[in-house]
Design a protein around this ligand. Structure first.
Ligand code: ADP
Ligand code: MG
Length: 448
């Protein structure tokens, strides 16, 4: 009996296709089936109530006519809602395929710099925690302990290198995880562009479709409220879906002015790791690694000279070596310390002369025309106190002497007196331009 109904309904649909506009037929009638009820009646199966009402209202008459054309028998029929499992398959409104990422975005997605690998990263005390955290993430992306991973440190200390190393490692594991690296500036520009061409949905979809999001330099979000808002939602969506987020900034989360509290509190869900300037040994090792990569032997004393002169930025450190190597190969000159001094004379600021507490006291005394004895004595005239405070401040900023040692050179005063002197001078510098000029003049005299 069901077969009979099937074939009846097939013929009927074929008639209906001639009577009903093509688009309507495909939308409403074609996806239906018939189910036998008894000898003279059957049900038309539709996916939902809406379709049932629609067909009943508009096509009841037409269906009756079509039935009469294909069968001698008089049939009764009603509409019945099919079990929901077929619903999406057969009748869901046509959802447009989300558009794929634009070419621009796709290119960028793969634009991890292949040079930034864990194996090229020299690990020392200053960066080992961040390094270990990044390795942890690359082994188990999305795991709660490390999500998000927030890496911060001053410019040129390897944040981008580490973040990209995470990406390269995961991509290299070939487990089909989608990795996206973007600077916060790119994120912002993509968002603004999407507002402009009304494609925010595509933007949202794109950033939320990844398994690993590496977002660099988020201090760039400072004061950009609507971008932060977008980022907040992206963050939540990814985090909830167990996707990994790695963020970098040039300062700790709390110090990024204008970053919303709700974002800050999200960051505390994961792990915050800092990178400090590398030690001398690490700096030499970085230079050594770089020279080895280029297959060039550079005397250790040259590496030490560079590492000793550039202390707080690995990018500058590398840049200095690159310049030196280029120069020596172009001019065909042997790499020596004196060649290095010549090539890098503009890059490397002459190091401040090593000065001693005694030298500072002597110079300050001469400058203010006060005897050194008075600087150390208990006397409290305003003039002497001022000179003494400046002398202490300069000892603190120009030498590596401890507070205690400085105090002992000023008539056995204790460290709190030195702290007080330093903060007093700092205050005065802020308050008076003349005071600052005077101090600069004095500093130059001492150091030259
Ligand atoms: P940041 O993003 O923190 O400003 P980068 O990651 O761009 O710094 O690093 C600057 C340069 O220094 C890059 O070429 C990077 O490869 C290199 N670099 C930084 N730290 C290290 C390190 N520990 N070992 C090797 N190279 C490093
Ligand atoms: Mg960077």
């Amino acid at each position: 009996m069901q077969e009979e109904i099937n074939s009846l309904w097939k013929s009927c649909l074929s008639q209906l296709s001639k009577k009903v506009k093509k688009h309507s037929f495909h939308t409403w009638l074609k996806p239906t089936q018939a189910e036998v009820v008894d000898n003279h009646s059957f049900a038309i199966l539709v996916p939902n109530q809406f379709a049932a009402d629609w067909i009943e209202e508009r096509y009841h008459q037409t269906i009756s006519e079509a039935l009469a054309e294909v069968s001698a028998k008089e049939w009764q029929f009603g509409l019945k809602i099919r079990k929901p499992s077929f619903q999406t398959e057969m009748f869901s409104p046509v959802i447009e395929e989300p558009q794929g990422p634009s070419r621009h975005q796709r290119q960028r997605a793969t634009k991890l710099n292949p040079r930034y690998l864990f194996e090229n990263f020299v690990v020392g005390d200053s960066n080992e925690f961040a390094y270990a955290a990044c390795q942890g993430v690359s082994h188990k992306p999305g795991e709660n302990r490390y999500n998000p991973l927030f890496i911060y440190g001053r410019s040129g200390l390897g944040k981008t290198h580490l973040a990209q190393a995470v990406g390269n490692e995961i991509v290299g594991n070939q487990n089909n995880r989608r990795v996206l690296y973007a600077s916060s500036e790119e994120f912002t520009n993509d968002f603004i562009r999407s507002l402009g061409n009304r494609s925010t949905q595509e933007f949202t979809q794109f950033y939320r479709s990844v398994d690993v999001l590496l977002l660099d330099d988020i201090q760039f979000f400072t004061g950009k409220e609507s971008t932060q808002e977008q980022f907040f939602h992206t963050f939540n969506a990814l985090h909830q879906a167990g996707k990994q987020i790695v963020l970098t900034a040039d300062r700790p989360p709390r110090d990024i002015l204008g970053l919303e509290e709700r974002l800050l509190s999200r960051f505390s869900w994961g792990l915050v790791a800092d990178i400090q300037p590398p030690s001398l040994e690490t700096r030499i090792a970085i230079l050594q690694r770089k020279a080895n990569n280029d297959d060039i032997v550079v005397p250790l004393e040259v590496l030490t000279y560079i590492a000793d002169s550039i202390t707080s930025n690995v990018r500058e450190l590398e840049g200095a070596l690159v310049r030196l190597l280029a120069y020596s190969s172009l001019r065909n000159k042997e790499i020596t310390v004196s060649l290095t001094q010549e090539v890098l004379k503009d890059t490397i600021r002459p190091r401040l002369k090593q000065v001693t507490i005694e030298q500072i006291q002597k110079q300050v005394g001469e400058f203010f025309k006060i005897s050194e004895e008075l600087l150390k004595a208990k006397k409290k005239s305003q003039e002497i106190v001022n000179a003494r405070q400046i002398a202490m401040y300069l000892c603190r900023s120009l030498t590596s002497a401890s507070l205690k040692l400085i105090g002992s050179h000023f008539g056995g005063r204790d460290h709190s007196t030195v702290i007080h002197a330093c903060s007093q001078v700092t205050e005065n510098i802020k308050r008076s331009v003349d005071y600052k000029l005077q101090l600069d003049q004095l500093t130059n005299r001492i150091c030259s």
